[in-house]
Write a protein that binds this ligand. Structure first.
Ligand SMILES: Nc1nc2c(ncn2[C@@H]2O[C@H](COP(=O)(O)OP(=O)(O)OP(=O)(O)O)[C@@H](O)[C@H]2O)c(=O)[nH]1
Ligand SMILES: [Mg+2]
Length: 209
């Protein structure tokens, strides 16, 4: 994606798709637009590399999350990761764009399907969460209700506790309602200018506020 952006906006083209390997660490790119320079930090998506993402959160002005719209088998994993990004307090007020990549491929999910997949994943999680504090009578025997609830609270990982204690004033819900999803093909370049324009406008607007 970043290499395509470089090719489309810079005098020196970015790497050709066949030369691109998995991103280990970061790739940096810069494009110049009227009265603005956009600097991109492309971070690898592999599991072990994701832990470096938060190191970039304080400095960035917008986030673009690229999903492989052909890889349906990994969508659940994808949404788990995306949800973490979405809920990172340090990113909460920044422009966030979800890109459904590989729109050139016949098997790719459309923007509408990607959005629906995320919504469905969220609904399933909400249902799961509301089902959880429901121990079976045999599990509950002798413990009493209060004990059972206490146990559940203890089971919540520390990170999650901090997260739920943190009051975002409804910002998460607002973000979900206004989440922008766009279709792109990093291979063919379709949708890439729309995505860059989106970033350009949103970053400029955020600056004015
Ligand atoms: N058909 C199609 N294939 C693509 C497109 N973009 C990337 N690919 C292919 O998908 C594979 C992974 O591409 P990468 O650019 O390495 O993906 P990435 O998201 O940067 O992966 P990491 O760097 O590991 O995070 C490669 O085989 C690419 O050729 C696209 O728009 N269309
Ligand atoms: Mg990469």
């Amino acid at each position: 994606m970043l290499e395509k952006i470089k090719t489309m906006y810079n005098p020196t083209p970015g790497m050709l798709p066949e030369k691109i390997g998995p991103t280990v660490g970061q790739n940096i790119g810069k494009i110049t637009l009227p009265s603005t320079e956009l600097r991109f930090y492309d971070l690898g998506g592999q599991r072990d590399i994701r832990s470096i993402w938060p190191k970039y959160y304080d400095e960035c002005h917008a986030v673009v999350f690229v999903v492989d719209a052909c890889d349906q088998a990994r969508l659940t994993e994808n949404w788990e990761v995306f949800d973490e990004v979405l809920n990172s307090p340090r990113l909460l007020n920044l422009p966030l764009l979800l890109l459904a990549n590989k729109q050139d491929a016949p098997t790719s999910l459309s923007v509408a399907e990607i959005r629906e997949s995320f919504d469905a994943w969220q609904r399933a999680r909400t249902n799961r969460d509301s089902d959880e504090p429901n121990p079976t009578p045999s599990q509950n025997k002798g413990k009493g209700k209060a004990k059972a609830i206490e146990q559940e609270v203890e089971d919540v990982p520390n990170e999650q506790k901090a997260d739920s204690a943190w009051d975002d004033g409804g910002a998460k819900d607002e973000r979900m309602a206004s989440l922008d999803v766009m279709g792109v093909s990093a291979l063919e370049g379709t949708g890439v200018r729309d995505a860059v324009n989106w970033l350009y406008i949103r970053v400029q607007n955020a600056r004015k506020m």
